[in-house]
Structure formats: C-alpha cells, structure tokens
Design a protein around this ligand. Structure first.
Ligand code: SF4
Ligand code: SF4
Length: 171
C-alpha cells in the first residue's frame, strides 16, 4: 500500500484520466456494494490517519448549524463569536472553517485535530468511502480529486479496479 504523500500526489494526478474512466465503469456496471465497502474499510483500518492529516491541510470543511452549535459549546464560546473567529463564507461551498493555504484547517496542530471530539460531521465521515450521504456510486465524482491527496482513497480505488475487473487502458 502506498502512503507516501508525495507519491500519492504524483500518482493521483497521473491517473486522473484513468480514474475518470473508472468512475464511469462503476456507474455503468453492477457490483456488490457491500464488497466494495468492505475493501474500503480494510484500507481505512490499515492506514493511520493520526500520522497523516493531509485532508485537514488540503480540503475545505463545510459546516452545518449543528456543527456550529457543537463546536461553540466545545470551545465554551457563543455561536456568534465562533462564527466570527473560526469561519468564513465561501462562494461555492457556503459556511466553511477558516483555513490557511500552508497549514490548513484552523483547528489543526501538527497532525492533531484540537477539536476532535466536536469535529464537524463531514470530518468524521471523511474520506466518504465507507460513510457519507447517498450511495457509493453517487459519491464517486469526489474520489478523483481525493485520490491525489488521501492515501485511503488512492489505495481503495486501486483495489476496487481489481475487484471490478476494470481495464486501466482506454479502449
Ligand atoms: S482521511 Fe486520508 S488524507 Fe485524511 S488523514 Fe486519513 S489518510 Fe490522510
Ligand atoms: S476540524 Fe479537525 S478533523 Fe476537521 S479538518 Fe479541522 S483539524 Fe481536521
């Protein structure tokens, strides 16, 4: 399994075209979703997110009202103060956690989430392979970008290709 983040970035970018074809392959063929989930679970278990935290550095985090309430309570501050100090509005994604281009999420310290117990729902579900809204097929569009920075996604896609007998070269 590949976990080196430089390699993941290079291979994920290199395989963008292939992964786009794989996405169409998954959407147009029938497969046992339970089996694919099981492969994703095994990959998640084999990779230690606490030494990686790359998603916290790279991805934006969208917030629900529930997330705001939970985080403000955890930090023992009013929701208004939380919104002013820790969030911003994104044109495409709505309310998101503040982030820095170099260091990532406002709550990341090294590779540690300082609000882990109250982290937003989307962080708990990340990388949305095993958990997430909708069917696995409906979420596959997200996996192409994520395969460029998340070792769990990159390795899972590679295993899924074998499982679903996907042919990597274009026909
Ligand atoms: S979910 Fe992926 S990117 Fe995030 S910490 Fe785990 S392996 Fe790294
Ligand atoms: S809230 Fe925590 S888990 Fe979510 S992106 Fe920030 S540091 Fe990572």
């Amino acid at each position: 399994m590949i976990t080196d983040l430089v390699q993941i970035r290079r291979l994920g970018e290199q395989k963008r075209g292939e992964n786009e074809r794989f996405r169409r392959h998954i959407k147009t063929h029938s497969f046992v979703e339970r089996r694919l989930r099981h492969i994703a679970e095994e990959t998640e278990e084999a990779i230690d997110c606490t030494t990686c935290a790359n998603c916290c550095k790279v991805a934006t985090v969208t917030l629900t009202e529930r997330d705001v309430t939970k985080l403000a309570k955890f930090l023992r501050i009013k929701e208004g103060k939380f919104l002013r100090e820790y969030t911003e509005q994104s044109e495409e994604e709505g309310l998101i956690l503040k982030r820095d281009e170099d260091t990532g999420c406002v709550f990341l310290s090294g590779t540690e989430c300082t609000v882990y117990e109250a982290r937003p729902a989307t962080c708990g579900d990340f990388p949305h392979l095993v958990r997430g809204a909708g069917s696995l097929q409906s979420r596959t569009w997200q996996f192409i970008d994520r395969a460029c920075y998340c070792p769990i996604v990159y390795n899972t896609l590679e295993k899924w290709k074998v499982e679903t007998e996907f042919s990597p070269s274009p026909k």
